[in-house]
Ligand binder design. Structure first.
Ligand SMILES: Nc1ncnc2c1ncn2[C@@H]1O[C@H](COP(=O)(O)OP(=O)(O)OP(=O)(O)O)[C@@H](O)[C@H]1O
Ligand SMILES: [Mg+2]
Length: 326
């Protein structure tokens, strides 16, 4: 367990001494960076500003569950067209990597320009927060890049959308934020669930719903849909072997010049307790610790830099916000 060390002063004493840039560059070049992935090694040799920018950008870590989810999506893409296509429901708490997986999948199958048509193998669309059928068709048309004509009737929207989905050869349709369906009142939800069934039957392509537990509840409220959507869960992280593997990947991906010894059960316990178990919060915490590692000259994620990290977990943020509102 990482414990706080209130007596410890800011680390990296001497980091503010005037540096000779040539000497510094030579020192960095000679440094052993074998604790990092190849790509991170190159970044680790860059000046601090560039390293910080790299830290704060998104990066993909292929943890086991994400790789399994991608394999499921690939299988759906390769599925031969038949009367009844399988669907997938990618579920998990908010901020736990669902959209990142979908985006990774979409990028692996980008649109292809043919001489006179555009092929879109994977189409992703976000369920509007106001779950009306017309809003959903409009979102699909926008995702297809179709010009929108205001005031179109529902039947026209439907026909146009189906035609374009066929013309662009969409093979998998992904609907993110599917839990928004539950935001609608009974009739709107029923209409939308009917629409999902209709789309699946009409197009004979797999549908992938993405969302929180509420997405599952929405699908479950319709018997027919329930047994057509296979759930795949991205659970909250627990301090187990998988979490240690994830931490090792983060440690190898952050361009810090000294090894970060965070892939241990104790560290996993501490980090997941503080970040409350989602990969998004964990990323935010580790990123702030890595920034502190660069700023302080410590150059590793350690107890010290974790204490220096300007990060508050979701519960703490909520409490701070509520105090401000009071
Ligand atoms: N595979 C991954 N590799 C590295 N970082 C990741 C990965 N997946 C998620 N993250 C981090 O977690 C953050 C949240 O992920 P994402 O937006 O995919 O969550 P989500 O489950 O879609 O959340 P929501 O339900 O709120 O939409 C990302 O911005 C990124 O920082
Ligand atoms: Mg998301």
């Amino acid at each position: 367990m990482v414990t706080s060390d209130p007596g410890a002063g800011p680390p990296g004493a001497g980091a503010n001494e005037p540096a000779d840039p040539v000497l510094e560059a030579e020192l960095v070049a000679a440094e052993d960076l074998s604790h990092l992935h190849q790509a991170a090694q190159q970044i680790a040799r860059l000046p601090d500003v560039e390293r910080m920018a790299y830290l704060r950008a998104d990066r993909w870590i292929g943890y086991t569950r994400a790789t399994e989810a991608l394999a499921r999506l690939e299988a759906l893409l390769a599925w031969p067209a038949k009367q009844r296509m399988p669907n997938l429901l990618l579920l998990g708490p908010t901020n736990n990597g669902k959209s990142m997986i979908i985006e990774k999948f979409r990028r692996a199958h980008p649109p292809v320009w043919h001489p006179d048509w555009e092929e879109i193998p994977v189409l992703t669309v976000q369920m509007p927060s106001d779950p009306k059928v017309s809003r959903f068709y409009t979102a699909l048309l926008t995702a297809l890049g179709a010009p929108l004509r205001p005031g179109q009737r529902l039947a026209e929207l439907e026909q146009l959308t189906l035609r374009l989905l066929r013309q662009t050869g969409v093979r998998v349709l992904v609907i993110d934020e599917l839990h928004n369906t539950l935001a609608g009142h009974g009739t709107a939800r029923r209409e939308f669930l009917n629409l999902l069934r209709f789309l699946g039957n009409e197009l004979k392509i797999p549908l992938v719903g993405v969302g929180t537990r509420d997405a599952y509840l929405a699908i479950r409220s319709d018997d027919q849909l329930e047994n057509r959507f296979a759930p795949f869960v991205l659970p909250s992280w627990r301090p187990d072997e998988q979490a240690c593997k994830l931490l090792a990947s983060f440690a190898a991906a952050f361009p810090l010049r000294r090894p970060s010894l965070i892939a241990t059960p104790d560290m996993a316990e501490y980090l997941l307790t503080r970040s409350e178990g989602t990969i998004g919060e964990l990323t935010a915490l580790l990123t702030e610790a890595a920034v502190a590692a660069i700023e302080s000259g410590e150059e590793a994620i350690s107890q010290r830099t974790l204490l220096l990290a300007s990060y508050a977990g979701p519960t703490q943020r909520r409490a701070m916000f509520e105090r401000e509102l009071a």
